[in-house]
Design a protein around this ligand. Structure first.
Ligand SMILES: *Cc1c(COP(=O)(O)O)cnc(C)c1O
Length: 366
């Protein structure tokens, strides 16, 4: 069986270092807001080439805390992609603001900058481009539109730690970025975690307060805050994993290169492979193909011992939690939901396993 994602295999390669990190925190007796988090915040900010990193409880909170620090809420609108994991929308909804969906480009699957201006109204406050599947959205035109209309740009970089755009890293391309350290992400903790990144000292200080009961000095509360902190133990694990992130991204790039090559050689135009614009250098959080008979292909692969996944089977606007959006048609997102299939992708996956996956796909089309 070829797993879709094997965290045990990925983590076992650095098991001793993870155990050392665990022991260090256990021995310290200090578990919340301490040295490990402070160090990780500096190390990850440096990695992203951004001034400030604030560790929080998860990726959804990271998105929400930024919007909330900006005072975005009831009566405001925030532009979001139609094609994303639901957390992008949930963060907006939680503030009381309204998500305003914009369709993706049909080749990159990321928000289409050419369709953003039409969605802007006098209530629009921010745009959240998502760097889906590990490939950065086209940020240059997005930043130009944001400047023209005085909007805040919050990158959702949950799937894109280390991805590059025109030679610059994701998380340093907008006014702030939110990321997630959910175990399956490219930089994953051994539990939940997230972070906000920004060059804005004021915003970083606000998020620091908001993640900790709205308090800077213990028992003094200036804002109605939250409890959303990145644990010491997770920060310690992440410090280990950050040292391997580029190596693991390199492996993902190699595996994606093999998929591209084998799929073109052995399967051809019956499936659509990922498109990478010249300005993008993705980190392949997911390797997503498109096929017309996606469900049958997935079943065939399952029978051949290959696990796959669908990201995402139901776009946010068609979810039951958003009845007010259910009547809208977003054909690009809906087509992607019907056709997308994520193939196995994780550091430690072998070249010969990629070949097996592609052979099984080729067999389906025989
Ligand atoms: C995972 C993810 C999130 C949310 O992160 P959590 O840590 O799971 O809350 C947000 N946006 C995108 C695009 C994601 O993939």
């Amino acid at each position: 069986m070829i797993s879709f994602l094997d965290l045990k295999a990925s983590n076992s390669r650095i098991q001793l270092e993870l155990e050392e990190a665990f022991k260090r925190v256990l021995d310290s007796g200090w578990f919340i807001l301490g040295q490990e988090l402070e160090s990780f915040e500096v190390e990850f900010a440096n990695y992203c080439d951004v001034k400030y990193c604030v560790g929080v409880g998860n990726g959804l909170d990271a998105l929400y805390l930024v919007l909330s620090a900006l005072g975005i809420g009831e009566g405001d609108e925030v532009i979001v992609p139609t094609n994303t994991f639901i957390a992008t929308w949930l963060a907006v909804t939680r503030t009381g603001a309204k998500p305003v969906p914009v369709e993706p480009c049909s080749d990159t699957y990321n928000i289409d900058p050419d369709q953003i201006e039409a969605a802007i109204t006098s209530r629009t406050r921010a745009i959240i481009p998502v760097h889906l599947y590990g490939q950065v959205a086209d940020m240059q035109p997005i930043m130009q539109i944001a400047e023209k209309y005085n909007l805040f740009v919050l990158e959702d970089a949950a799937q894109a730690q280390g991805a590059m755009y025109r030679g610059r890293r994701a998380c340093g391309l907008g006014h702030a970025a939110a990321t997630s350290f959910y175990p399956g992400k490219n930089l994953g903790a051994l539990g939940d975690g997230g972070a906000v990144l920004t060059n804005d000292a004021n915003l970083a200080a606000k998020i620091r307060r908001l993640r900790n009961y709205g308090s800077e000095v213990k028992y003094v509360h200036d804002a109605v805050g939250n409890n959303s902190r990145l644990d010491e133990i997770q920060a310690a694990f992440l410090r280990v994993k950050l040292r391997y992130l580029d190596e693991y991204s390199g492996e993902r790039r190699k595996l994606a290169g093999l998929y591209q090559k084998y799929l073109h050689e052995m399967v051809g135009p019956k499936i659509i492979t990922p498109f990478v614009p010249v300005w993008a250098d993705p980190v392949w959080h997911l390797y997503v193909i498109r096929a017309n008979e996606r469900d049958a292909l997935q079943q065939h692969l399952q029978k051949s011992g290959i696990a796959t996944a669908i990201h995402y089977p139901i776009p946010p606007h068609l979810q039951k939690c958003y009845p007010e959006f259910n009547r809208y048609n977003f054909p690009v997102a809906e087509t992607l939901a019907h056709q997308s299939l994520s193939l196995p992708m994780w550091p430690g996956l072998k070249a010969e396993q990629i070949l097996k996956v592609v052979e099984a796909i080729a067999n389906y089309y025989l």
